[in-house]
Design a protein around this ligand. Structure first.
Ligand code: FES
Length: 349
């Protein structure tokens, strides 16, 4: 017998340390997500969970199909009703004003914003031009993100101290040297740099090598005169490429994790994904996210505002902020997401 889908999305619960929770596995309880004894005679038993961390916020599975029960693993997004859409032309949505900006930032609700590197002043250092897309000053709690362009030759050597660093190569080809170890890279590759290591972009010519460089938690860039030779060889695999075989479906969308635990990045996760022409129903995540728009056009919605997005833009999405990213044309939108804390972009509530 299959469990009943109590509802095709999870329940947000703040835990009390030491308390025992009995998660309803059968889906029949009237006290979701917890057991009320309704499983009697079904063969199902509730799942016991003892909370360890006071005040921790978790998402208990409501669909009863999670592979990581009692917590949501995003399985609900592939069940009927689990990836609801919203009508961008409804009377309510038509009343939402479009935010426009002459500079690089379009501010939405709750600290969410759209940043357009193409309109931002760039700082030049050696062969590198860069600007800051996400930082503590701009409201982030966890992530710093720079957009960088590298011209021919070797860039200055960058360090973010003891932070975890993830790069997404958005254009061009060349290599990234990580603390003395060189990796060939091309557009759409992800790169992981371990805490304490330094990095250098080496561009082979042609159009500039472009990348989004994320440091977590909140990193400050420093410039080194010499490349340290402290490559952490216990994690030899540092680049990840797009591989259609590794795509995970998420309703009508799909994603592939590029940099995640599988290469040693247990603090911050990077994925690449596609959104077909649609507007998802407003939802939230428990992680802070940077969304890089790679291709396509769309609109980012929060409760009372919306802003256009296009290829090259970065959306900063605070933890728990209600939002919806709409792809407005038939080609859809390709995105890269960088998320903390979390490792699964299909978990929403
Ligand atoms: S609610 Fe069941 S997997 Fe998300």
């Amino acid at each position: 017998m299959d469990p009943i889908v109590a509802r095709p999305k999870p329940f947000l619960v703040q835990l009390q340390a030491g308390r025992t929770y009995y998660w309803c596995r059968c889906g029949r309880s009237k006290k979701q997500p917890f057991c009320d004894g309704s499983h009697a005679g079904t063969g199902f038993e509730p799942l016991k969970h003892i909370a360890q961390v006071e005040g921790e916020e978790v998402l208990f599975c409501g669909c009863k199909h999670s592979g990581t029960a009692p917590f949501c693993d995003g399985a609900h997004t592939n069940l009927p009703g689990g990836s609801p859409e919203d009508d961008p032309d409804s009377a309510t949505n038509r009343a939402v004003p479009l935010v426009t900006s002459n500079d690089a930032l379009a501010l939405l609700d709750g600290g969410c914003y759209v940043f357009s590197p193409s309109r931002a002043p760039m700082i030049t250092r050696g062969t590198l031009r860069y600007c800051t897309a996400i930082s503590g000053e701009l409201g982030a709690l966890y992530q710093t993100q720079l957009y960088v362009q590298a011209d021919a030759g070797a860039s200055p050597i960058m360090s973010f101290g003891d932070r975890h660093v993830i790069l997404f190569i958005s254009a061009g080809e060349g290599s990234v040297t990580i603390s003395g170890r060189r990796f060939e890279v091309t557009a759409t590759d992800g790169v992981y740099v371990r805490p304490g290591e330094a990095l250098q972009l080496v561009h082979v010519g042609g159009a500039p090598l472009e990348a989004f460089v994320s440091a977590c938690p909140l990193g400050e860039i420093t410039w080194l005169d010499e490349m340290p030779q402290n490559f952490d060889a216990t994690f030899p695999l540092r680049t990840a490429s797009v591989d259609e075989q590794q795509r995970t479906a998420m309703g009508p969308r799909y994603f592939q994790c590029l940099v995640d635990k599988s290469v040693g990045s247990n603090l911050i996760t990077q994925f690449i994904g596609h959104i077909p022409q649609s507007k998802a129903a407003p939802h939230r995540h428990l992680y802070e996210e940077a969304i890089i728009v790679l291709a396509g056009e769309g609109c980012m919605w929060t409760e009372t505002r919306k802003a256009r997005v296009q290829a090259g833009d970065v959306i900063f999405l605070p933890r728990k902020q209600e939002h919806s990213l709409q792809a407005t044309t038939s080609r859809g939108i390709d995105v890269v997401g960088v998320m903390y804390p979390g490792d699964n972009p299909s978990i929403n509530y």
